[in-house]
Design a protein around this ligand. Structure first.
Ligand code: HSE
Length: 435
C-alpha cells in the first residue's frame, strides 16, 4: 500500500513464536488497520543454523540481541527470547534506553521485573507491550488493562498453562502417565524449553501475577505467589475426583480483599459441569469478576505459534498506531503497593486422599482426628482400586472432601492424620476451586 510508513522490526528469539511472527509479517506486512507497514529488518537467536520453518538467510543477522535492540535500523524491538533475566532483560533494557518501543511475549520478565521496566519505558515515553505473555491468542492483557478499566475487578481465576491442561486432560482421557503426555506436549510446541516452568506452576504464576497487577493497579509481585504444580497429581487422584464429580485443573487465581492481594496457583478440583472443567486440551480459560460488570468468561488457545504470534502482531499494530499508555494500570510511580495476604488464613474446601490399612476402626479414627481439628467432612468415598499404584504403599485409598475450612486448620489436621498408626503415607491434599 503506497504512503504507509515502514516500521523496521527487530526480532530476537526465533523459536515457535518467532517463526510464526516472521511467517505472518512476510505474508501480511500491511495487516495493521491504523496504517504502517511492518517489515522484519533484523533477527537474533541462539543458533543461526538450526532448522526453522522460516528461511532467515536473507535477513540481517545479529549475534547479540542487545545490538539488534539498539541498532539504528530497528524501530520496534520484539523480544521472544524468554527468561526473566540474561539476554532477554538486557536487550529489552537496551531498546527502551534507546527510546524504542518494545513488544515481548516474556511473562517471566514482566512478572519479575515489570515495575522497573515500566518506569524505564515511561521515562522514555515509549510503549512496552506484552499481550502475548498471557493466554497466547486470547486478548487477556488488553481486556484487563484497557477494556475493563471502568470496572473494579475483584478476582480473576483461570487455566493459564496449556501444557498442564493438556497433560491433565490426556491423563484422564487415555490413562497414560504424566511423563508420556509431557513428552507429547513438548513435541506439539506447548511446553517451555524447560518444562519445569510449566509443570511446576511457575509459568501460570508469572501470568496470574501480571493479570493481578493489571487488574488491581499494583506492581507485579511474583515473589508473593503461592505456587504448586501438577507433578504430584496422580492418575489415581484424577480418577477418584471424577468419581466425586470433579476434574483436576491447574487453577491460577488472584483475589483482592481489604487485607490485600492473594495470588495462588494450585491443582484444584472444578465440578465436572463447570466451564473450567470443560476447558480441555491446551486451551486456556479465565473468569474475571468485576464489581459492575459481574462475571466474564473467556476461553481460547493460550499457546502455540499461530495464536501467540497473532498477539505479538496486535501489539506491533498498537505501536504503529502511536498509542502510548502506562504499562500497567497506572504510571509506574503511582502503582499501589502489593500487600500480600497470609495464605494460611484463606478459607476453602479441600479434597484429601489417604492411604490406610484395611482394618476395623480406621475410618472412625480419621473422622475423629478431623473433628478434633475442627474440619467438617462433606463427602466420603472408599473404593477398591485395581492396579493399585506404589504410592498407596500397600494400603487402600479413602478420599474425602471437606466443608470450607481455614488453610491453617486444614494443614494442622493433615499433620495429625499423617501421624495415625493406620495411615501409611502423607495425605494428598488438593483444593476445591472457589469458582
Ligand atoms: N508453555 C506455555 C503453556 C506457553 O503451556 O501455556 C504459553 O505461555
Amino acid at each position: 500500500m503506497a504512503g504507509r510508513k515502514t516500521w523496521r522490526v527487530g526480532v530476537a528469539g526465533l523459536g515457535t513464536v518467532g517463526a510464526g511472527l516472521l511467517t505472518f509479517l512476510a505474508e501480511h506486512p500491511d495487516f495493521a488497520p491504523a496504517g504502517g507497514r511492518a517489515t522484519v529488518t533484523g533477527v537474533s537467536a541462539r543458533s543461526r543454523s538450526r532448522p526453522r520453518p522460516f528461511d532467515i538467510a536473507k535477513l540481517p543477522w545479529f549475534d547479540d540481541p542487545v545490538a539488534l535492540a539498539a541498532s539504528p535500523e530497528t524501530d520496534v524491538f520484539v523480544e521472544l527470547i524468554g527468561g526473566s533475566d540474561g539476554p532477554a532483560k538486557a536487550a529489552v533494557e537496551a531498546a527502551l534506553k534507546a527510546g524504542k518501543p518494545v513488544v515481548t511475549a516474556n511473562k517471566a520478565l514482566i512478572a519479575e521485573h515489570g515495575a522497573e521496566l515500566a518506569a524505564l519505558a515511561e521515562a522514555q515515553g515509549v510503549p512496552l507491550l506484552f499481550e502475548a505473555a498471557v493466554m497466547g491468542g486470547v486478548p487477556a492483557v488488553k481486556m484487563v488493562r484497557e477494556a475493563l478499566v471502568g470496572d473494579e475487578i475483584r478476582s480473576i481465576a483461570g487455566i493459564l498453562n496449556g501444557t498442564c491442561n493438556y497433560i491433565l486432560t490426556e491423563m484422564e482421557a487415555t490413562g497414560r502417565s504424566f511423563a508420556e503426555v509431557l513428552a507429547e506436549a513438548q513435541r506439539l510446541g506447548y511446553a517451555e524449553a524447560d518444562p519445569t516452568m510449566d509443570v511446576g506452576g511457575f509459568d501460570a504464576a508469572h501470568k496470574i501475577s501480571i493479570l493481578a497487577a493489571l487488574a488491581f493497579g499494583c506492581a507485579p509481585n511474583y515473589a508473593a505467589a503461592e505456587i504448586e504444580g501438577i507433578a504430584g497429581v496422580e492418575l489415581l487422584d484424577i480418577q477418584l475426583c471424577r468419581d466425586l464429580g470433579y476434574r483436576i485443573k491447574l487453577v491460577a487465581s488472584a483475589d483482592r480483599s481489604p487485607d490485600g492481594v492473594l495470588v495462588r496457583v494450585y491443582p484444584s478440583l472444578a465440578p465436572l459441569a463447570h466451564p473450567l472443567a470443560q476447558t480441555g486440551g491446551a486451551l486456556n480459560a479465565l473468569f474475571i469478576e468485576g464489581a459492575r460488570t459481574g462475571r466474564i468468561f473467556v476461553q481460547g488457545p493460550g499457546a502455540g505459534s499461530g495464536p501467540t504470534a497473532a498477539a505479538v502482531a496486535a501489539d506491533i499494530a498498537d505501536v504503529m498506531a502511536g498509542a502510548v499508555r502506562p504499562v500497567f494500570q497506572a504510571p509506574a510511580g503511582e502503582l499501589l503497593p502489593f500487600t500480600p495476604v497470609d495464605p494460611s488464613k484463606s478459607i476453602g474446601r479441600a479434597y484429601l486422599r489417604l492411604s490406610v490399612k484395611d482394618e476395623p476402626g480406621v475410618i472412625a479414627a480419621v473422622s475423629e482426628a478431623l473433628a478434633e481439628a475442627g474440619v467438617s467432612i462433606e463427602s466420603f468415598l472408599q473404593k477398591p482400586v485395581e492396579n493399585a499404584p506404589d504410592s498407596l504403599k500397600g494400603g487402600v485409598p479413602i478420599v474425602l472432601t471437606t466443608h470450607a475450612v481455614a488453610e491453617s486448620v486444614l494443614k494442622a489436621a493433615i499433620e495429625h492424620i499423617a501421624g495415625l498408626p493406620a495411615v501409611l503415607d502423607r495425605p494428598r491434599l488438593l483444593r476445591i476451586a472457589r469458582i
